[in-house]
Design a protein around this ligand. Structure first.
Ligand code: SAM
Length: 218
């Protein structure tokens, strides 16, 4: 087991703003193309984002699936405040549920079998036990609901260092952070979803350093 490089501080203003500014880079056309290939356009009433950060993806997802309820979950007050603002500004949602929760230590206050679409972006590598976390998410998803996990993946440190340095991180810093940020391979994430109960799990790898993984709750 690789050494856990310690939790990142997601309350720092500069980091919060960096998440906002980099949204379109992190959720670029390649991401949406993969997302499109792995999901369909059926309406999904209740959407949730675990580790939603500033909530920009959740707003886009809510609009895309014509949702009436969005559940934004994160442990950072700063992130949740932004998520509330963006969800109000950018969507016509009937209900916005903002929940402060640490997935490692607290119970998630969401009804079992209530979520049609669950998402988690750049978060899986942050939780203490990915299997425990995805197992919790599985319980909250409805039958026929889906879960999408999007994260950096291991396998090509060179490409990670190159790509991150093109986006403003020093190459040295990227190499130092590789074991933490690229903790799992795409196959690992598929296995985590399968072991948590999801079926029909599939992954698409983007640029060798990111993967979008989907699972269905039967
Ligand atoms: C890299 S940011 C990604 C934010 C957002 N998903 C995005 O892609 O824009 C990771 C987020 O996960 C949250 N997070 C990390 N570990 C968490 C935990 N154990 N419980 C709840 N939230 C957590 C952080 O507060 C942060 O907002």
């Amino acid at each position: 087991m690789a050494h856990n490089h310690g939790k990142d501080d997601w309350t720092d203003d500069e980091r919060v703003q960096r998440m906002v500014k980099s949204y379109n880079v992190r959720y670029d056309d390649e991401f949406w193309n993969a997302f499109e290939l792995l999901t369909n356009r059926d309406s999904r009433s209740v959407v949730a984002d675990f580790g939603c950060g500033p909530g920009l993806l959740l707003a886009d997802i809510a609009n895309r699936f014509k949702a009436h309820t969005a559940i934004a979950l994160d442990e950072s007050d700063q992130m949740l405040a932004l998520a509330e603002t963006y969800l109000k500004e950018r969507t016509e949602l009937k209900s916005i549920d903002i929940q402060k929760v640490n997935f490692d230590a607290e119970k998630i206050q969401v009804d079992s079998d209530s979520i049609d679409f669950a998402f988690s972006g750049f978060m899986l590598h942050e939780v203490a036990s990915p299997s425990d976390f995805v197992t919790k998410v599985y319980k909250l998803v409805k039958s026929n609901g889906i879960c999408v996990v999007y994260d950096f993946v291991s396998g090509n440190e060179e490409m990670f260092a190159k790509t991150m340095s093109e986006h403003g991180m020093s190459e040295e810093q990227a190499r130092k952070r590789y074991p933490h940020m690229c903790k799992h391979s795409a196959d690992d994430i598929v296995e985590i979803l399968e072991k948590s109960g999801f079926s029909d799990c599939r992954a698409l790898i983007i640029g060798e350093i990111r993967a979008v993984v989907v699972g269905l709750k039967r």
